[in-house]
Design a protein around this ligand. Structure first.
Ligand SMILES: [Zn+2]
Length: 180
């Protein structure tokens, strides 16, 4: 599909938690950007729809569609983050006891579904495992912090530290929960 490719940044490969500072990070302000050249923008990757200054889950959510609306295809802010391997919040969960794994994954999945249902741009972008640690990347740092709190209280884990990169233009936050 032929959609606009400008502003694309080279993708950096992420490795583990020690690389926080060197990761490509992107500001929340990018989330609020919207193309001015079309009435409706459809994300070719996941079908999110931009209309009247807001992103919606699907075209059906838009009432009073008019035939003359100009439609273009462009990646939504969340798919851009996925594509560019950027995020606003990362939660590292270390030394997970094997007994907790299943429930932990379920909690994260349910949380992801819940935030997405309220706001299509509020998503868990990636969840990856590295030994007995999980790394969860979120499109919004506030949601990552809420998830960290939820996990800490559900599993009585120590919420060890929070590392923020709040210098302009980024507002990336990283949190660590350690069961060890
Ligand atoms: Zn998308």
């Amino acid at each position: 599909m032929n959609y606009n490719n400008r502003n694309r940044r080279p993708t950096k490969t992420k490795n583990t938690s020690q690389s926080y500072a060197s990761q490509t990070i992107k500001s929340r302000h990018a989330m609020e950007e919207f193309p001015a050249h079309a009435n409706i923008v459809i994300c070719p990757d996941d079908g999110l729809v931009y209309f009247k200054k807001a992103w919606h889950h699907r075209l059906d959510d838009i009432k009073h569609l008019k035939e003359e609306y100009k439609i273009s295809f462009e990646r939504c802010p969340v798919c851009r983050m996925k594509h560019e391997h950027t995020y606003e919040g990362e939660l590292a969960i270390m030394h997970i006891p094997p007994l907790y794994e299943h429930d932990l994954i379920r909690l994260v999945q349910n949380f992801g579904a819940s935030i997405f249902s309220k706001d299509p741009l509020d998503q868990i972008l990636r969840m990856r495992r590295d030994g007995n640690a999980f790394y969860i990347e979120c499109s919004r740092n506030q949601s990552m912090l809420r998830l960290a709190k939820k996990i800490s209280s559900a599993f009585k884990a120590r919420h060890r530290k929070q590392i923020s990169f709040s210098h302009e233009p980024s507002d990336v936050v990283c949190s660590v929960i350690d069961f060890g």
